[in-house]
Structure formats: structure tokens, C-alpha cells
Design a protein around this ligand. Structure first.
Ligand SMILES: [Zn+2]
Length: 104
């Protein structure tokens, strides 16, 4: 099989299936609410939650967003897809190095 075809065979089924991708991490955090009179503002132990927070990087800046529970499955799936792409990059690196060095 020619090298280009080999790479296309790896990539094409994945492009549509795993297009939702997040490179980031999830963690739990307790939060203060929007009501200034709420006890959560004066006592850190009475903060609400814990809630899931997604940490990720966009244009070289780290960002954090609160993740509502109903979005959690989709976020986790997108993070799993990132892991899939990462291992794919490793496989493509292997193929690419072999191809480039076989052409010397
Ligand atoms: Zn509160």
C-alpha cells in the first residue's frame, strides 16, 4: 500500500466520527452563588456544589468554564476523542518517519 493511501485509511473514518474534540481537564469546585446575602459568601465551607469545571487552553490562554451536568457526557466524549487523536498522531508520526527516511 502506498504511504499516502495508508495515512488516508487511518484518517478518513475518524474525521467524521471523532470531530468533537476538547483538549482539557475536568475538575470539581465549590462555588459562590449570585446572591450577595447568601451564607456561601461569608463561609467557604457553605459554598454550593461541587460542580464540574472544564479547564482548557485557547489561543495560548487558559480558560475555565462551569459545566452543567447535562453537558457532561458530551464534554467527556470530546475529551476521549482528543485522546484518540493523540494516539493517532503517534501512529502517523511512526508512518511519516518511516516514509521520509525510506526516501533518502
Ligand atoms: Zn450561595
Amino acid at each position: 500500500m502506498n504511504p499516502l493511501k495508508a495515512r488516508q485509511n487511518i484518517l478518513s473514518p475518524l474525521l467524521s466520527r471523532y470531530s468533537l474534540v476538547i483538549k482539557g481537564s475536568l475538575f470539581l469546585r465549590k462555588l459562590e452563588c449570585g446572591q450577595k446575602s447568601c451564607v456561601c459568601h461569608s463561609d467557604p465551607k457553605k459554598r454550593h456544589g461541587p460542580y464540574h469545571v472544564l479547564s482548557f487552553k485557547v489561543q495560548n490562554r487558559y480558560r475555565q468554564v462551569y459545566v452543567p451536568s447535562k453537558l457532561l457526557p458530551k464534554i467527556k466524549k470530546a475529551m476521549l476523542n482528543h485522546a484518540r487523536w493523540s494516539s493517532l498522531i503517534d501512529r502517523l508520526t511512526d508512518l511519516t518517519v518511516k516514509e521520509i527516511f525510506s526516501q533518502r
